[in-house]
Ligand binder design. Sequence first.
Ligand SMILES: *[C@@H]1O[C@H](CO)[C@@H](O)[C@H](O)[C@H]1NC(C)=O
Ligand SMILES: *[C@@H]1O[C@H](CO)[C@@H](O)[C@H](O)[C@H]1NC(C)=O
Ligand SMILES: *[C@@H]1O[C@H](CO)[C@@H](O)[C@H](O)[C@H]1NC(C)=O
Ligand SMILES: *[C@@H]1O[C@H](CO)[C@@H](O)[C@H](O)[C@H]1NC(C)=O
Length: 505
Amino acid sequence: MSSSSRETMLDPLKSWKFMIWPTIIFKPIDLFFFLLKSILAIFIVASFSLFLYSVFSSQPQQWLPSSTCNNQKFITPNNISTQTQEKTDLSHIQFGIGGSAKTWNNRRRYCELWWRPNVTRGFVWLDEKPQNYEKLPPNSPPYKISGDTSSFKYTSWYGSRSAVRMARIVKESFELGLENVRWFVMGDDDTVFFLENLVTVLNKYDHNQMYYIGGNSESVEQDVIHSYNMAYGGGGFAISYPLATELVRVLDGCINRYHSFYGSDQKVQGCMSEIGIPVTKELGFHQVDIRGNPYGLLAGHPLAPLVSLHHLDYVESIFPRMTQIESLKKLISAYEKDPSRALQHSFCYDLKRNWSISVSWGYTLQLYPSLVTAKILETPLLTFKSWRSWHNEPFTFNTRPIGDDTCQKPIVFWFDRVERVKDDWTLTSYTRHFEESEKDCDRQDYAPALAVRFFNVSSSKLNPSIWNMAPRRQCCEVIHDGNGADGQIQVKIRGCKRFESVTPP
Ligand SMILES: *[C@@H]1O[C@H](CO)[C@@H](O)[C@H](O)[C@H]1NC(C)=O
Ligand SMILES: *[C@@H]1O[C@H](CO)[C@@H](O)[C@H](O)[C@H]1NC(C)=O
Ligand SMILES: *[C@@H]1O[C@H](CO)[C@@H](O)[C@H](O)[C@H]1NC(C)=O
Ligand SMILES: *[C@@H]1O[C@H](CO)[C@@H](O)[C@H](O)[C@H]1NC(C)=O
């Protein structure tokens, strides 16, 4: 309660006292009523003060780890007001990664891309000691062995019992009693988190309230079978401390009650449903429940910070002629220079030649030798299939098919390198990649566009605070083209001006 609201509550009392004051000088009956009213007033003021005292002096901390819990590592923060105001950073997150000893040697390569020793906190939870664990590199997350789950019920005929163990990771993580945890973030051993953006997204929410944050599957068939109302485990999800406190009390019961559910994320969501907490969907968590080429999904990223990618062993490499790990390192090299901007779209027209340019920052640039509407440019190209049935549809977002006609396809440029020009400015370049099998469009009007060798794109570092504001895609402009003579085009990304829109002439 703020001090101003307290004042307004006291005001009526004050005016009431002044109202009765002049009545005393007259009759004894008035005196009697005056005394009665005074006693009443004193009583009311006293009980109100007592009420205020009890409200403001009590400890509003029941949800915090209490010293009655088993572990001596628990602390009770003694200054809740400063703790609330301090922004959430990486140190406030405890990760719980679901893994298995058998797959760890392969999957840990994904974790090692984002894990920061002595910075990120948490563990990968394995079924048994991994092989060669003494030789694991320092950027491999430390492991814990999960507790025995053989007494739990599991009846999904197409699933694996390990889902029970995975579902209990949040509980086992909680019970470690690490200090000053605001969020438990769950992920798979093949989830790649983009940490700065994860922190940016979590900072949008009050960690003192009960939040369950994540994303859906991209494939509608998955959402229909599993649920639209759950945060998919591979994309990763975040549970605030107060919610975890409630969740761990009921989790084991839910695991048995929802024994027929396939996945651990579903069992957790069963509990959420009992607690009454819906998932808060954030568009940057990517389950990547797709098959084939993920190009269209990444190049058509929604206007939200990139938080996670998953299932990278199940899709083609995100950059051509590279392994998936090399590809991710490349994407991360751009991401690190400007985390908020990673994969963000900007569209502009080159009106001298009636070309359209679509940048997906740090990943790809598409050149169309025609004026294409923003509506079309923002729609992901259908380069992939659905997860379960390998169909062309449906997905939880619109897609546009790519035909076989090369003259209908954009000319695709791939992120090549990034450099920081000044403190706040980056320059990314995008080059063409020639597939031997692929023939270019041989139409006359395509020739000048095909002569472009690379794009250089400059942009200032995107301040993460923009994600707390109403979202708006940034604008871009072609700043120098040299008439294509040197085969390079310069593009500048910037905030849109007032009344600026991507509108063809
Ligand atoms: C709590 O934080 C406030 C604001 O930073 C500070 O003024 C106060 O001294 C702190 N109290 C304790 C008990 O640490
Ligand atoms: C992490 O901390 C431990 C103990 O303080 C230290 O021995 C180790 O060198 C640190 N590792 C890194 C990569 O900083
Ligand atoms: C670009 O398109 C506009 C509108 O369709 C047209 O009027 C103009 O002549 C075109 N310019 C070029 C250089 O083709
Ligand atoms: C544009 O990018 C290319 C290729 O990365 C690079 O060699 C060149 O120096 C860049 N041009 C400018 C003006 O920065």
